[in-house]
Design a protein around this ligand. Structure first.
Ligand SMILES: [Zn+2]
Length: 159
């Protein structure tokens, strides 16, 4: 028995943001393995330079952001290839963002409208200074050359 036993300690510090209550900085990291399941074709499409939406098999309502079932009638949908050219329906400039995008602020988000498609597609507009974006502006899709299999693999530029 050793009544003087001690855990080993190092001399690493802790970033203290506040005292009452105590707020500290603590690194947190996790690998998250998850499935895109029925959404997989959308992300595979982005990697291949294609935008895939879905169209209701019953009423033809067409979704730019794919859905497995129709919001209008509840019918099942089929995959459909979207045009790569569209128009800015509306836009906003983000001066703040989540951790992944914070270093890229300010950036512009747009809702894209496509001919023959009933819903809008949220994406990023690149190549336009904040304040230069206009409703109705013609835009075309661009894709990351090295796909990350994320929604940000596609973005838009002025056409
Ligand atoms: Zn429908």
């Amino acid at each position: 028995m050793n009544r003087n036993a001690k855990l080993p300690e190092n001399e690493e510090g802790t970033v203290l943001f506040n005292i009452d209550p105590i707020i500290i900085k603590q690194h947190y990291e996790i690998d998250y393995i998850h499935s895109y399941a029925q959404d997989s074709p959308f992300f595979a499409g982005l990697a291949a330079g294609r935008l895939l939406g879905s169209r209701c098999a019953a009423c033809d309502y067409t979704f730019a952001t794919p859905r497995s079932h129709c919001m209008e009638c509840g019918g099942t949908t089929d995959w459909v290839e979207l045009p790569l050219h569209g128009r800015v329906h509306t836009w906003t400039t983000c001066y703040f963002g989540g951790e992944a995008f914070l270093k890229e602020t300010p950036f512009t988000l747009i809702l894209v409208e496509f001919d023959g498609v009933d819903t809008l597609f949220l994406s990023r507009l690149v190549g336009v200074e904040p304040g230069e974006t206009e409703i109705g502006m013609q835009v075309k899709a661009r894709f990351l050359r090295n796909a990350k299999f994320r929604a940000t693999d596609v973005y838009f530029v002025p056409n």
